[in-house]
Write a protein that binds this ligand. Structure first.
Ligand SMILES: [Zn+2]
Ligand SMILES: [Zn+2]
Length: 364
């Protein structure tokens, strides 16, 4: 537990590097500044003298509330004004530093003193806030720019102009899909109701893991073999001295160990699988009708009425209008039955073209 001698700077005359234990400036005699932060230079002296070690361990110095003078822990009265030490005379703060946070020169100590004065919470808050704002700004700029590009593209593609086209052909298609109730062959682990068994055989249903002894394997493991002490920080003792702070950490050693691993073998489990015939509704044919006239009709579905083996399974209908655009190119348009009914060959209709000259459909 080595103890080192710290340093402090006089704020009155600017003298730097005054030995920590000194309570007054060796140059101008001013007391240590209020809220002094001691620092520990890299080449700080280690205290070995028995007498000085005793002084160092005596505890933090105290500040006289009348004259501001720093006094040693063993002083029962202020060395400057003679007032007896009372409860209102505050001890200098003892501080614990992590190894990389110990102030090592007067600048770092000064910085810490300034930070002590500023409300630390307010300080960090504003810093993070401004950093956050800067990142946000960049993000909003890039978002805004890509948004603008997409917007321009959408606007360009949505600019359409109207052209007049001639209706050259009409077409309609209708379709009634059907289902058939027919006998099919299926296979399963049981015969469902309505099925007639054709044959059966043994088949693999699933696998189980069967233990099959052990296998010897090796692995590397970390074993804790002890603990070590190391200097992990420094304690500002509040009297100009710094004491090493020790932490302990475990020491590990890697060792190879053998272990037994259970081995398994996959074994199939057989069950009876049945082949059977059964009646099922399956897709049948469809009844299609089509034409280029205006006489759209459904096909003859009368055969499906009162039929136990065939039934309807949905209807589809398509109505097309073919037009010739201004470039004499034929364009196909899918329209509703209602619209289709009102259009005839030879009619002139309005249609859209986009900026690239692509045909974009009839005007509704
Ligand atoms: Zn001074
Ligand atoms: Zn005093």
């Amino acid at each position: 537990m080595a103890i080192h001698v710290g340093r402090w700077d006089c704020r009155q005359c600017g003298h730097i590097g005054i030995l920590g234990p000194e309570t007054k400036c060796i140059n101008c005699g001013a007391p240590r500044p209020k809220g002094v932060r001691f620092y520990l230079p890299g080449d700080a002296q280690i205290v070995t003298n028995e007498e000085e070690l005793k002084k160092a361990k005596a505890g933090a110095d105290w500040r006289c509330s009348f004259c501001e003078t720093n006094n040693k822990a063993y002083n029962v009265a202020c060395v400057s004004c003679g007032n007896l030490r009372t409860a209102s005379d505050k001890k200098l703060e003892a501080r614990e530093y992590k190894l990389n946070e110990v102030p090592t020169d007067s600048n770092q100590a000064k910085l810490l003193m300034t930070q002590d004065k500023v409300d630390s919470r307010y300080h960090t808050n504003t810093e993070t806030k401004s950093a956050f704002k800067a990142t946000n700004k960049l993000l909003w700029w890039s978002l805004g720019f890509s948004g603008f590009v997409i917007f321009v593209l959408i606007v360009l593609l949505s600019i359409k102009h109207k052209i007049t086209v001639d209706v050259v052909q009409m077409h309609w298609e209708r379709e009634i899909s059907t289902e058939e109730y027919r006998e099919v062959t299926e296979e399963d682990w049981s015969v469902p109701s309505g099925g007639t068994e054709i044959s059966s055989h043994q088949a693999i249903h699933h696998y189980i893991d069967v233990p099959e002894g052990y296998e010897t394997k090796t692995r590397t493991v970390q074993v804790k073999v002890g603990e070590e002490q190391y200097v992990c920080g420094k304690m500002d003792m509040g009297n100009g001295y710094f004491e090493d702070k020790y932490c302990s950490r475990p020491i590990y050693d890697s060792r190879t160990e053998t272990y037994q691993e259970k081995k398994y073998r996959k074994e199939p489990v057989y069950q009876t699988r049945y082949k059977y015939s059964i009646y099922r509704w399956k897709p049948g044919g469809s009844i299609k009708t089509s034409g280029n006239d205006k006489n759209a009709q459904w096909g003859d579905a009368s055969g499906l009425q009162n039929n136990a083996y065939r039934r309807e399974n949905g209807r589809k209908e398509t109505y097309l209008v073919y037009v010739m655009d201004e470039k004499q190119k034929e364009q196909k348009n899918k329209v509703s039955f209602g619209k289709w009914g009102k259009i005839n060959i030879g009619d002139k209709l309005l249609a859209y073209k986009d900026v690239l000259g692509n045909y974009r459909g009839l005007v509704e």
